[in-house]
Design a binder for this molecule. Structure first.
Ligand code: NAI
Ligand code: BAL
Length: 499
C-alpha cells in the first residue's frame, strides 16, 4: 500500500461528495420528517454534511420494503452462487473506491488515514470477500434416523435483520455484520452510529451498483432513541446484531423481550487485561504489542488492552521499553500519514475520556494531556484497584498499569472485571500460557501478542461483553440463519412401524 502525502489526501477530501439521504428500497431519500443532523469532522469541527435524521416512521417504511424483498425471494432465494457473485462484485467496487472511502472514513471519525488505508478499508474488503466465498461451501445436514425416515437439518435465513453499529470502526463493523447477513440471504436494516454515517451510506450505494436488489440493503442514519429503539422494538424484525456499549446492549434485550422476542446478538465493551509475567521473552516485542493494544485506533476499540498487569520483577524494564515505543506514536492531523493517533470521535467522547485524566492517586508515566479533540497516549501507574480508570471502559488512549507478585494474582486480577471480551498473556512458559488462557474468562485470549484473531475466528465476549452469537468466522452465520428440521416419513403403507 503506497500512502499519499497530506496534500494529496486533502485534495481527495475536497473532491468528495457525501451521501446524505437515508438509503431505503434502493434509493436515497430524505427522512420522512425532513429532519437532518450535522455530520462533523471531529479533528476540525467542520460540518461535512447534513444527513437525514430518520425516525420510527422511516424504520417502519424500510422494514416493509425489506420484508417484501425477503418474502419474494429476490435475494433470499437466489442461488447461493449468484449471491456470491454479487458480493464479490461489491468487494471489487470497494477496492476501486478504496482511497475515497479511506479519506471519507478518516474525515468522519477522526481515525488516522494510515489506519483507514492499511486496516479499515482493506479488512472491510477482505471480510466481504471471505463471507461471499463461503456462501456456496456451507452444507446442510442429514441426521441419523431409521430406514423409514430421512431427517434433514437445514439452515434458512432468519429474515429481516437490524444491524446497529458503533462509531469506532464504521466500515469494518458494517462489513462484520452485512457480510454474513447478506451471504445468508437476509434483508438488512443498518443503523450506523450518528457520529459516523457516511461510509455505510456510500457502501449501500455501491451494493446497488454491484447488483444487491432494492429493499435488501437499507441504511437509516439517526439517533439511538429515534432509530435504534424502533429497530429493537419492531415486531417485523427477526433478529438484531448490535455492537456498542454494554448499557445500550442491555436495552436491546429489553426491547426484544417487550416486543417479538427477536434474536439478539450483542458485542459490547471491554476492560481488557494484558498480563506480562517475569519470564516473558523479548521485552521489546512485548512492549510493542502493549503499545499497539492500548493506543491503536486511539484506544477506541472494544478489545483494546487497557489494563497492563505486570509481574513486579519485569515491571521497570518493560515500562522503559513501553515508553520508548509509545513515543513513536505521533499524534496530529488524521490526514497526515505519519500520524498514528488521530482525533477522538466527538466532543462528547473527548470530554468523557478527559474525565479520567488528572485524578488523584494515579502516577502519570506518559501523556496525560488533551487539547481540541485530541488526547495524548497516556500511561497511568495506579495502585488503587478500585479507581475509575482501572474499572471503567475509557475507550481512549489510556493504559493503566497494575503490579502483581505472581501468576495466580495476575489471573485473579485479569478476571476482576465485569467484562470478558479479550485478554493477552505474555510468558515463555507454555504451561502458564495455556493455563492462563484457559483461566481468563474472555472470548479471545492471545498468547505473546495483542490481537483479535482474524476473519476466520469467532469474536465476541463473555460476561457483560457479549450475548448471543459471535461475529466473524463461520460462526457469524449462526446469527443470520435458523435451523429447521424436515422429518420425512418414507414408510410404505404396509410397514408396521410408525416411528
Ligand atoms: N464495543 C464497542 O465496540 C463500543 C463500545 N462503546 C462504548 O460505549 C461508550 C458510549 O458510546 P456510545 O456511542 O454512546 O455507544 P452506544 O452503545 O450508545 O452506541 C452504539 C449504537 O447504539 C445506538 N444507540 C444508542 N442509544 C440507543 C438506544 N437507546 N436504543 C437503541 N440504540 C441506541 C447508537 O446510536 C449507536 O448506533 C463508549 O465510550 C465506549 O465505552 C462505544 C462504541 C463501540
Ligand atoms: N475491535 C473490533 C470490534 C469493536 O471494537 O467493536
Amino acid at each position: 500500500m503506497t500512502l499519499l502525502t497530506t496534500e494529496e489526501y486533502k485534495a481527495i477530501a475536497a473532491s468528495l461528495t457525501y451521501p446524505t439521504g437515508a438509503f431505503i428500497d434502493g434509493s436515497f431519500r430524505p427522512a420522512l420528517s425532513g429532519a437532518t443532523f450535522d455530520s462533523v469532522n471531529p479533528a476540525t469541527g467542520a460540518v461535512l454534511a447534513k444527513v437525514a435524521a430518520c425516525g420510527a416512521a422511516d424504520v417502519d417504511f424500510a422494514v416493509e420494503k425489506a420484508r417484501d424483498a425477503f418474502e419474494d425471494g429476490r435475494w433470499s432465494r437466489l442461488h447461493p452462487r449468484e449471491r456470491k457473485e454479487v458480493l464479490i462484485r461489491l468487494a471489487r467496487l470497494l477496492k476501486r473506491n478504496a482511497r475515497d472511502l479511506a479519506v471519507m472514513e478518516s474525515l468522519d471519525s477522526g481515525k488516522t488515514i494510515f489506519d483507514c488505508e492499511t486496516v479499515d478499508v482493506p479488512e472491510t474488503i477482505h471480510c466481504l470477500t471471505w463471507h461471499a466465498e463461503l456462501i456456496d461451501k456451507i452444507y446442510d445436514q442429514v441426521a441419523p434416523a431409521s430406514d423409514n425416515h430421512i431427517a434433514m437439518v437445514v439452515r434458512e435465513p432468519v429474515g429481516v435483520v437490524g444491524l446497529v453499529l458503533p462509531w469506532n470502526f464504521p466500515l469494518l463493523m458494517l462489513a462484520w455484520k452485512i457480510g454474513p447477513a447478506l451471504a445468508a440471504g437476509c434483508s438488512v436494516i443498518v443503523k450506523p452510529a450518528m457520529e459516523t454515517s457516511l461510509t455505510a451510506l456510500r457502501v449501500a450505494e455501491l451494493a446497488m451498483e454491484a447488483g444487491v436488489p432494492a429493499g435488501v440493503f437499507n441504511v437509516l442514519p439517526g439517533g439511538g432513541a429515534e432509530v435504534g429503539e424502533p429497530i429493537g422494538r419492531h415486531m417485523d424484525i427477526d433478529a438484531v446484531s448490535f455492537t456498542g456499549s454494554t448499557a445500550t446492549g442491555r436495552r436491546f434485550l429489553r426491547y426484544a423481550g417487550e416486543s417479538n422476542m427477536k434474536e439478539v446478538t450483542l458485542e459490547m465493551g471491554g476492560k481488557n487485561p494484558a498480563v506480562v509475567l517475569d519470564d516473558a521473552e523479548n521485552l521489546d516485542r512485548v512492549a510493542a504489542h502493549i503499545v499497539n493494544g492500548a493506543f491503536w485506533n486511539m484506544g477506541e476499540n472494544c478489545s483494546a488492552s487497557s489494563r497492563l498487569i505486570v509481574q513486579k520483577g519485569v515491571k521497570e524494564e518493560l515500562l522503559s521499553r513501553i515508553l520508548a515505543h509509545a513515543r513513536e506514536w505521533p499524534m496530529g492531523d488524521p490526514l497526515d500519514p505519519v500520524n498514528r493517533v488521530g482525533a477522538l470521535v466527538s466532543k462528547a467522547h473527548y470530554d468523557k475520556v478527559c474525565s479520567y485524566l488528572g485524578a488523584k492517586g494515579q502516577k502519570v508515566l506518559l501523556g496525560g494531556k488533551a487539547r481540541d479533540g485530541f488526547v495524548e497516549p497516556t500511561i497511568l501507574d495506579v495502585a488503587d484497584r478500585e479507581a475509575r480508570a482501572v474499572r471503567e471502559e475509557i475507550f481512549g488512549p489510556v493504559l493503566t498499569v497494575l503490579t502483581v507478585d505472581g501468576f495466580d494474582e495476575a489471573i485473579a486480577l485479569a478476571n476482576d472485571t465485569e467484562y470478558g471480551l479479550a485478554a493477552s498473556i505474555f510468558t515463555a512458559n507454555v504451561k502458564k500460557a495455556i493455563r492462563g488462557a484457559r483461566a481468563i474468562r474472555a472470548g479471545t485470549v492471545t498468547v505473546n501478542s495483542f490481537g483479535e484473531g482474524d476473519i476466520s475466528t469467532p469474536f465476541g465476549g463473555f460476561k457483560a461483553s457479549g450475548f448471543g452469537g459471535r461475529d466473524n468466522g463461520i460462526h457469524a452465520h449462526d446469527q443470520y440463519t435458523q435451523l429447521k428440521t424436515i422429518w420425512v416419513d418414507l414408510a410404505d403403507d404396509a410397514d408396521e412401524a410408525v416411528n
